[in-house]
Ligand binder design. Structure first.
Ligand SMILES: Cc1cc2nc3c(=O)[nH]c(=O)nc-3n(C[C@H](O)[C@H](O)[C@H](O)COP(=O)(O)OP(=O)(O)OC[C@H]3O[C@@H](n4cnc5c(N)ncnc54)[C@H](O)[C@@H]3O)c2cc1C
Length: 293
């Protein structure tokens, strides 16, 4: 399927990758970065003339950064799934989401950078990363820029990369440092390892009286981009976090979706499953925060 390629580069530094990509672009024709290839190869775009492979770049890591985490863009889904650090962070929702993406073989190849740069509306890492207020770091010909993930995902298979290279994902930790925090990730697919029909992540912080002081609800596969259900979040803040407020927020979150019908599910089913998954995620947060009644 890449029978029209005229060049395949395997740089070992970010600077060289950028330079090679730029040099190829100047000679004309379309090219791409490639990491695990689990999206790119399947797409089989025969118009591509050059590829710059990212797998030898020093971008495969999960590091403590201040009170949060920095994740290198070529870390694989399996790396995240197995990371002790991520399993112990935010109730492990990022590791858990990575562990639901495709088969073991896909997770051994597919990267966090590829998952976000491909910008599928159904990608599994976006909802937990949105709930965790993550940003991405983009290297380009000028200085590096940091962009909130929500602004990075601009449409279905569209991003703010603008020819740049996604080098790092930054997850701040302030979300877990005050009050009692709890998190949950939920996914509905034909099988759990399938592309999501709907996926969702939620996080809450509760004060001593069980009132919600902070809420995050993110959904995937229900709009052109994964989204935050901000109105539903706002309904929770300041209220006692219990079954009644969860039901109201889940209902509201479903109304914030803009799903389409496709081979996997109808728009109506997706909307209803959004309500169900958000309710499940928040109920799990309630249990995890130790306030189940
Ligand atoms: C059978 C199968 C099952 C799957 N199941 C799931 C699933 O359940 N959940 C899920 O979320 N995904 C799933 N996927 C999709 C895919 O595996 C993931 O999106 C994966 O994380 C993509 O990463 P990659 O490294 O393989 O990306 P690649 O295919 O290498 O790249 C994807 C796109 O991103 C660009 N890119 C990659 N890295 C960078 C970077 N660092 N900077 C800039 N651009 C970059 C490439 O140019 C390309 O356009 C599945 C795929 C297959 C084939």
């Amino acid at each position: 399927m890449f029978d029209q390629l005229r060049a395949f580069h395997r740089p070992t530094s970010v600077a060289t990758a950028l330079r090679l990509f730029d040099a190829e672009r100047r000679t004309g024709g379309r090219g791409r970065y490639v990491a695990g290839g689990t999206d790119l190869v399947v797409q089989g775009d025969r118009s591509l003339r050059y590829l710059v492979d990212l797998t030898r770049l020093p971008l495969r890591y999960v590091k403590k950064r201040g009170a949060g985490w920095a994740i290198g863009a070529t870390s694989t889904m399996s790396d995240l799934e197995r990371s002790k650090a991520l399993r112990g962070f935010a109730d492990g929702i990022l590791a858990e989401a990575a562990g639901t993406a495709g088969s073991r073989q896909i997770r051994n190849m597919g990267t966090i950078g590829g998952n976000l740069a491909n910008a599928s509306p159904a990608c599994d890492l976006a909802p937990p990363l949105l709930a965790l207020d993550a940003s991405v770091v983009i290297a380009g010909r000028g200085a590096r820029r940091t962009v909130a993930l929500e602004r990075f995902l601009t449409g279905a298979h569209r991003t703010a990369l603008n020819g740049g290279l996604l080098v790092e994902i930054v997850v701040p930790a302030r979300t877990t440092t005050s009050g009692r925090a709890a998190w949950s990730f939920q996914k509905l697919g034909r099988l759990q390892s399938d592309i999501a029909v709907v996926n969702a992540a939620a996080g809450v912080v509760l004060d001593r009286k069980g009132r919600c002081t902070r809420a995050r609800i993110a959904l995937g596969a229900v709009a052109a981009t994964p989204l935050r259900a901000r109105r539903a979040e706002a309904l929770l803040v300041g209220r006692t976090f219990d079954a009644a407020s969860i039901a109201v927020a889940a209902e509201r979150a479903a109304r914030e979706t803009r799903p389409v019908s496709d081979v996997r599910a109808s728009a109506d089913y997706r909307r209803e499953m959004s309500r169900v998954l958000v309710a499940r995620a928040l109920a799990e947060c309630l249990v995890r925060a130790g306030r189940a009644r």
